[in-house]
Design a protein around this ligand. Structure first.
Ligand code: JFZ
Length: 478
């Protein structure tokens, strides 16, 4: 069986089975023997953590990003002042101008209301750093076309609000103070610029397309991107979005924009959304003009060797602030999303949506602080790690040099855990952060290696077992 067939084979269902169902099913032994580990996956030489925040040369431009594993997404703009409400409906987000069909003249009045005096870039960056997030991607312009920096191009930006200050400057500076790499989200789709095409179907009459020139819009887009990549120092990622209106935003235009960015900053990383997907592009890799794929609101069932990807996920159900959205994910769920992503070799970009005054919803702060408490103890099992070499295990695993990190969220009834196909005997097996530093008992069996866990979980959210080896562990097919 080749590697791909193995990865997409029957063992998959077992691997994704909920831990609870798994225990209930009482098929532990059978499942474990079905598990199909990938062949030994040693970390490539040189895969040691570099200094965070220092963006390397073009040759290893992906390195800081691959090591980071965890970043913060920030959706903030004019729409935040509406808090998701329009004409009695309360379920809007950053798409509010389109979804509530707000005429441009009315939307423009939000300029006078945009005064986020409680926006504290330093606090934002420090919360991100505290949560173990190594980069921060903030909306410089969302689909509504409003630019959060005082752009010299166009007339729809922060300089026309009472606030006036350059939010990109504040964020870039604060990020660097806290060792977080500043990154820009930027929407290609623009519902405000007179030259952007197509018009929304519902406003074709109010905003006729006659006289609009998409080429002129592309010049404007390039000019704004040039400001973002020349005025704020090294930027980690240009995270493009709104590339799907393929009749106007063609693949050629996407690739030209990618080239523009790389000419301005050779080390800047681009997400796949810079160019529309071509037939045959996978969901993970997306449009191939970029450096990594961006599955949205989900962690892919499995990673894909050789493809870099980043899942972007909200803490509740909205990207932009929505006052009525109380559907917050719990801290254990967020930790599970993070370990799940890391165990498959991907990054997690976790979103916060500041409120109209610029401050963060307290629920987001609470979760960031909770993630921070967990990451402070176990961040080494996330940062600079690689995908699990196992499949079908009832818990997530990451791989760092000479170490396997295992994330145990629900304590197994039977304390003996089999790592199928693990042929190396660890020098120590310890629960990270536990007071008892003694090695746990391990024994080699035909099927692999058995570790005897302590009687109780060592962390209320997710305990981490670290297996250390004298050289990189060898894992074989059963
Ligand atoms: C986009 C935006 O429209 C949205 O407002 C938010 O900024 C989000 C992060 O990105 O939404 C998308 C983009 C891509 C997909 C789905 C929603 N997609 O590829 O499935």
């Amino acid at each position: 069986m080749n590697a791909l067939a193995r990865r997409y084979g029957a063992a998959y269902t077992c691997a994704t089975m909920k831990r609870r169902d798994f225990l209930r099913s009482g098929t532990h032994a059978a499942l474990v023997s079905m598990a199909a580990p990938r062949l030994s996956a040693a970390l490539p030489a040189g895969m040691l953590p570099s200094r965070w925040g220092a963006i390397g040369g073009a040759a290893d431009k992906m390195r800081w990003w691959r090591e980071a594993r965890f970043g913060m997404f920030v959706h903030f703009g004019l729409y935040s002042t509406l808090a998701g409400e329009w004409n009695g409906r309360t379920d809007y987000g950053e798409w509010i101008r389109n979804n509530a069909r707000i005429p441009i003249s009315q939307y423009d009045t939000l300029l006078d209301r945009f005064n986020p005096t409680a926006f504290d870039a330093d606090r934002l960056a420090s919360l991100a750093a505290g949560a173990g997030m190594k980069y921060l991607v903030i909306t410089t312009k969302h689909h509504d076309g409003f630019a959060l920096w005082p752009s010299r191009h166009g007339n729809f930006n922060v300089s026309r609000t009472p606030y006036r200050r350059d939010l990109m400057r504040a964020v870039a500076d604060a990020c660097r103070r806290h060792g977080v790499v500043p990154c820009w989200y930027h929407s290609i789709m623009d519902w405000h610029h007179p030259d952007y095409l197509p018009r929304r179907a519902w406003e074709q009459d109010a905003r006729p397309a006659a006289g609009a020139s998409f080429d002129r819009y592309v010049q404007f887009l390039h000019a704004q991107v040039e400001e973002l990549l020349t005025q704020y120092g090294d930027i980690g990622v240009m995270w493009f979005d709104g590339e799907w209106e393929g009749d106007s935003w063609t693949r050629e235009r996407g690739l030209a924009l990618a080239e523009h960015c790389r000419r301005l900053q050779p080390s800047v990383l681009l997400n796949s959304r810079v160019a529309p997907k071509a037939a045959g592009d996978s969901e993970l890799s997306g449009g191939k003009g970029g450096d990594f794929g961006t599955p949205e609101q989900k962690v892919p069932d499995r990673g894909l060797a050789g493809v870099d990807w980043e899942s972007c996920i909200t803490m509740n159900d909205n990207w932009g602030f929505n006052r009525a959205d109380h559907h917050w994910k719990s801290l254990p769920t967020l930790v599970e999303i993070l370990t799940n992503t890391a165990s498959k070799g991907g990054n997690l970009l976790l979103n916060v949506g500041p409120m109209g005054d610029g401050s963060l919803p307290p629920e987001s702060v609470e979760r960031l602080e909770g993630l921070g408490r967990w990451m402070k103890k176990y961040g080494e099992a996330i940062h600079a790690t690689q995908a699990s070499p196992f499949e079908g295990l009832p818990f997530r695993v990451t791989h760092s040099p000479r170490r396997l990190n295992c994330f145990v969220t629900e304590w197994p009834a039977e304390r003996e855990v089999l790592f199928p196909g693990l042929r190396s005997v660890p020098t120590t097996a310890r629960m990270l952060g536990a007071t008892n530093r003694e090695s746990l008992a391990t024994r080699a069996v035909d099927a692999g290696l058995v570790v005897t866990l302590p009687e109780e979980a060592t962390d209320p959210v997710c305990s981490v077992l670290a297996l250390d080896f004298s050289s990189d562990p060898r894992v074989t097919d059963g």
